[in-house]
Design a protein around this ligand. Structure first.
Ligand SMILES: [Zn+2]
Length: 158
């Protein structure tokens, strides 16, 4: 059984094998799986990726349920640019739109973004093989690589 848990330190969602005792978050925090609150469950690792995206979007204030629950107070704008990008990109319904929006929003937030930035956002969106996704945007001339290892969307209009 797999589950989605949220890091108590950086509040990032993460997919884990629930048989593990602990898991380390990207921020370096050791999360105790046994005592963590499980936000979503799935039978296979494959099914867990989209659920991680869903929980991340909820944390970023992207879901309708969250907005209704938070109304009339507007959800706070997250200070983490990756979470903001995730919140915007996860509203798109098709994968191509999400991936393109992720590149545009990352460029707006960071001017140029690295593969690490890209992986964090695409992982949150539940898109597998982020390198390939970026490569195809570069091939389609939607993303440029002005400096080696740094990328930006060519056009910032949607
Ligand atoms: Zn963390």
């Amino acid at each position: 059984m797999y589950g989605v848990i949220v890091c108590p330190r950086c509040k990032r969602a993460k997919g884990v094998d629930l048989d593990q005792k602990t898991t380390s978050c990207m921020c370096g925090f050791q999360i105790r799986v046994r005592s963590a609150r499980i936000r979503a469950r799935a039978e296979t690792a494959r099914e867990i990726a989209p659920l991680v995206g869903k929980v991340s979007a909820e944390l970023a204030g992207g879901s309708d349920e969250y907005r209704k629950a938070a109304a009339p107070v507007r959800p706070k704008r997250s200070r983490d640019p990756h979470v903001r990008v995730l919140g915007i990109a996860s509203k798109l319904h098709d994968r191509a739109g999400r991936v393109r929006t992720a590149a545009v929003e990352l460029t707006k937030e960071l001017e140029v973004f690295s593969m690490d930035d890209w992986r964090r956002v695409l992982e949150g969106l539940g898109v597998p093989r982020p390198e390939e996704a970026l490569e195809s945007l570069v091939r389609a001339n939607l993303v440029a690589e002005p400096k080696e290892g740094f990328y930006r969307a060519v056009s910032l209009s949607p």
